[in-house]
Design a protein around this ligand. Structure first.
Ligand SMILES: Cc1cc2nc3c(=O)[nH]c(=O)nc-3n(C[C@H](O)[C@H](O)[C@H](O)COP(=O)(O)OP(=O)(O)OC[C@H]3O[C@@H](n4cnc5c(N)ncnc54)[C@H](O)[C@@H]3O)c2cc1C
Length: 411
């Protein structure tokens, strides 16, 4: 493996990295996929896949083992802070699923390996060296063994707070100060086939069935953790702010310790640098309220396959030559960005209860809202927006650090 020149070295084997690896390897490129974790690995997430994400996964041949339990989701029940609740449903046969990230992400890594990518787990990328004709990636294994790889293209798929984006000089700042706490529970009652979102005074709570009688409980809060309070106690305190869930708590068993993650809402300055592209959360993170981060991760990987693979064939990998990927992302995600801002902005307002009563009276409008946030295939809307978007101005830092510079990725 050492000494070989990889066509693409991908840092991060979450949905974005694994999908990009599977697609590029299937085209015959020599692909190296690196992750600091060993799969299955835990990943704090609400574990809801909307129909848009599901259809891409099916398109790329995603096939989790039959033993991987999951739960079909045919819509969303939304509960406003004053208790007004309404439901929106997908149009059959559209549906989503709830599936544990350990299962989903492991199945995607296995797909990448089956398609021919070389997967190295327990390998943390520590340094980058960007040169005119290659990228040198330095890594260390869990056993402190130093490894060096050379690739023609680097794909940063290392998730929220991406070190690769930081070191390429492309990282943006978090837009939301919220953090999330996530666990799995037994004993929570949900309406058949529906996931739930409960809005609270300073955040929201998501409940998604993930199969095997388990419900994913993900609470997002803007209130800071009281000094010295253990995470479990804080989780319980925040949950008690949601009356419908609080009533069920005596019957509920959490099957593992909660995990915390945040803050969110990061969008990089540009997903493109010399011989490097970013994808998934490393490129852009959406507020989990509109879900579909996994959709953005796998759709972004498809865009790499479409826009970057041709550049890779010709070894035409300068910022300008890769800019088709940036334009394709803008076209693909313009609608989603607007929907996220409108939904997150509206849900925070005390008057959301008035809207909730409207949606309760108008089930067709509620279905549309849920399809819009969960489906994410905002095709027509995106096309109109992309025609009206101003031409992208040059982005400071887009060229990344001076070529030949060493970028230290570790903390
Ligand atoms: C609370 C919460 C709830 C969410 N709920 C949903 C939901 O219900 N539905 C949905 O679609 N999305 C949801 N999301 C978003 C979703 O989790 C992300 O959008 C998705 O995981 C992005 O995938 P990714 O591959 O970009 O990154 P990740 O899944 O984060 O994968 C990144 C990988 O990079 C690896 N890595 C990082 N640094 C290095 C390094 N230096 N060297 C080697 N490897 C490295 C990590 O180990 C990790 O495996 C939620 C997010 C949060 C925070």
């Amino acid at each position: 493996m050492r000494g070989a020149m990889w066509d693409a070295a991908i840092v991060g084997a979450g949905p974005a990295g694994s999908t990009a690896a599977a697609l590029l390897a299937a085209r015959g490129f020599k692909v190296l996929l690196l992750d600091r974790a060993a799969f299955p690995r835990p990943k704090p997430c609400a574990e809801y896949l909307g129909p848009g994400a599901l259809s891409i996964l099916q398109r790329i041949g995603f096939d989790p083992p039959a033993s991987a339990s999951r739960s079909p989701i045919c819509g969303m029940r939304i509960v406003a802070a004053d208790g007004t609740a309404f439901e929106g449903r997908f149009l059959a046969p559209e549906r989503g699923i709830g599936i544990r990230r350990e299962l989903l992400d492991t199945a995607l890594v296995e797909l990448a390996a089956r398609r021919g990518a070389c997967v190295l787990e327990r390998t943390t990328v520590t340094d980058l060296l960007l040169e005119e004709r290659r990228v040198v990636v330095n890594a260390r294994t869990d056993h402190h063994r130093a490894l060096t790889f050379e690739a023609r293209l680097l794909i940063g798929a290392d998730g929220l707070h991406s070190r690769i984006a930081q070191r390429l000089g492309l990282a943006g700042k978090p837009r939301f100060k919220r953090v999330a706490i996530v666990s799995h529970a037994q004993g929570i009652e949900l309406q058949d086939g529906l996931a739930e979102i409960h809005l609270g005074p300073d955040g929201y709570l998501g409940l998604a069935p993930v199969g095997g009688g388990l419900v994913n409980v993900a609470v997002v809060t803007g209130a800071g953790r009281p000094p010295g309070m253990p995470l479990e106690k804080w989780f319980g305190t925040v949950l008690r702010g949601y009356p419908e869930v609080e009533r069920q708590l005596p019957e509920v068993t959490f099957v593992h310790r909660p995990q915390a993650v945040g803050p969110f809402g990061i969008r990089c300055l540009s997903p493109v640098a010399h011989r490097a592209v970013l994808v998934g959360d490393a490129a852009e993170f959406y507020d989990p309220l509109t879900g579909d981060g996994i959709y953005a991760a796998v759709r972004g990987a498809e865009l790499i396959d479409r826009c970057v693979s041709r550049a890779l064939e010709k070894d035409a990998l300068t910022v300008r030559q890769l800019s088709g990927y940036r334009r394709a992302r803008n076209r693909a995600f313009a609608g989603k960005r607007i929907v996220e801002r409108v939904v997150v902005g509206t849900a925070k307002r005390p008057r959301f209860s008035v809207l909730a009563r409207f949606f309760k009276r108008h089930p067709g409008a509620a279905d549309f809202l849920v399809r819009l946030t969960g489906h994410a295939e905002l095709g027509g809307f995106n096309k109109v927006l992309s025609r009206t978007l101003p031409a992208a101005a040059p982005v400071p830092g887009e060229e990344g650090p001076a070529r030949g510079a060493v970028c230290r990725v570790g903390s």
